[in-house]
Write a protein that binds this ligand. Structure first.
Ligand code: SF4
Length: 362
């Protein structure tokens, strides 16, 4: 394969095959990858705007049967520090979110065997009743599969009931690497790659906005990273015309501090800044039908986050007022709204605050 031909193919918005993507990933000089990715960013999102947002993470419960081997956050039922967040706690946290100018909650698991579909539907309805302008970006494909199994119904039925109760968009949580070889090792109790994709396919058919993610840098191969991107691109091709589909793609590196993967299996995070930038660039090149690529400044920090905006990313994500799963494993970068805007400006872009659908606030 010849690099310049692959660059031309990508720049003409012709999809690269998995083999072609892998060849670029392995052989292209980083500066050339960044150049091509940046050109493609300009085709998908022209101009100098770079997005950011304010939202707040609240964990509904920390009890989770899944016990993923990269997760320090989950507890078993009956543990002294197990909890289910109360309405009073939601109110305090949402009031704080609104006082900081935000209007979206990222509500995430664990998968608590005691909590069924009615619990989540009632919770969403209650929060929307109390705060009609609040947006709920909540749960993720593994939780939808879990609820469907628990209620002996379909994922479509679960999603429909949650949308009726107030779900505004579905995070791409729990994708890790969409390879069952990898999943059997890092998160064996969680939804399979096929189930994750099926839930997203159903969400797209219901026109529920979604995001796609990747947690990489543990036991996966480069080929599996590329296959992950191809799976996302193929699924996006299936979405009905005019539906949201995947609005954005957000890769982040495995945070290893104190995880079972590191402590018991000796698997450390393979993260390096240059590999992250390479991954952002290759994601922009491979994902020719997902408009937005987000740099995960929360996990990679300021300098690498800034560089990602020159490698195909057009967004640095959220200030994320509270985040427990990543920070429990050492992803400890925090930024204020002012910080994030300053960082975007320092990188040479214009910060624009947007919502989960990437609509810009006027
Ligand atoms: S990562 Fe999520 S699904 Fe896995 S154990 Fe932690 S809370 Fe549960």
């Amino acid at each position: 394969m010849i690099l310049s031909q692959l660059y031309d193919k990508a720049l003409n918005l012709n999809s690269l095959s998995g083999e072609e993507g892998e060849f670029l990933y392995d052989h292209a000089p980083l500066e050339e990858l960044m150049f091509v990715a940046n050109e493609l960013r300009q085709k998908h999102v022209p101009g100098r705007n770079a997005g950011w947002m304010i939202d707040r993470n609240i964990n509904i419960t920390n009890v989770c049967f899944s016990q993923c081997r990269f997760c320090n956050f989950c507890r078993k039922k009956g543990d002294a520090d197990a909890y289910i967040t109360t309405i009073e706690e939601y109110k305090r946290k949402i009031d704080e979110l609104f006082s900081l100018g935000g209007d979206q909650l990222l509500l995430q698991g664990g998968m608590n065997p005691d909590l069924g579909l009615d619990f989540y539907a009632d919770l969403f309805k209650k929060l929307k009743e109390l705060y009609p302008s609040l947006k709920l970006h909540a749960l993720g494909p593994p939780e939808i599969v879990f609820l469907a199994e628990k209620e002996k119904t379909t994922c479509r039925d679960v999603l429909t009931k949650l949308i009726d109760a107030g779900l505004d968009s579905l995070p791409g949580a729990g994708a890790e690497i969409l390879s069952d070889r990898v999943r059997k090792i890092v998160s064996p109790a969680k939804a399979s790659a096929g189930e994750w994709l099926d839930v997203m396919r159903t969400a797209h058919s219901l026109n529920l906005p979604t995001s796609a993610t990747m947690m990489y840098g543990h036991i996966e191969t480069r080929r599996e990273r590329i296959e992950h991107l191809v799976s996302l691109r193929d699924l996006q091709k299936e979405k009905p015309e005019g539906h949201y589909g995947f609005i954005t793609f957000i890769p982040w590196p495995f945070q290893d501090e104190g995880t079972v993967l590191k402590e018991k299996s000796g698997i450390k995070s393979a993260y390096s800044s240059s590999d992250y930038i390479r991954l952002i660039a290759i994601s922009r090149i491979m994902l020719d039908n997902i408009r937005n690529i987000q740099g995960s400044i929360l996990t990679v920090g300021k300098d690498t986050g800034m560089l990602s905006l020159h490698a195909g990313a057009n967004d640095l994500g959220s200030i994320m007022i509270e985040e427990n799963v990543v920070s429990a494993a050492g992803g400890g970068n925090t930024f204020s709204a002012e910080d994030l805007q300053t960082i975007i400006k320092e990188a040479g872009f214009v910060p624009v605050r947007r919502n989960q659908k990437y609509e810009i606030y006027k």
